[in-house]
Design a protein around this ligand. Sequence first.
Ligand code: 4NP
Length: 161
Amino acid sequence: MKYRVLFVCLGNICRSPAAEIVFHAAVERAGLQDRVMADSCGTASYHTGEKPDRRMLAALERAGYAWGGHRARTFSRRDFEQFDLIIPQDEANRRDILALASRPEQKAKVHPMSDWFAAGETEREVPDPYYGGPAGFDAVVQLLERAMESLVQEMKQQVQD
Ligand code: 4NP
């Protein structure tokens, strides 16, 4: 059984699909693709069924990543059972997910993306780039790239134990 990681943001069209793509690439570089899988979703349903935002796809392409075909979906309580680790991108996403958890084991699976930020990082969460320009999308991709290195190191230990 693979270790299952779920990235969560608000709309599932910007940050969490980017997190899934950047994580997947880091997992492949680490040779863990048979041991770890990832998915992403949003806390809100406005964009369900949509492709990632074209501005995020452009930023990902500038950084050398390709979209794998993900379509936006909304978080469901079933995800607490289907995933081992649930990673909200910002504090509002974290609160919204925790509000849906009914048991301590479910809450224990929820850890903010910022848990994998390096000590020198100035951001405290993955900022929402939706209402800003292209630089904000590039900054999100770069922040995620830095964080995923530590997350994948942790996955390595997790699946070897
Ligand atoms: P995401 O970005 O949560 O990173 O996918 C957003 C997507 C849509 C909206 C806000 C943020 N929106 O307001 O529709």
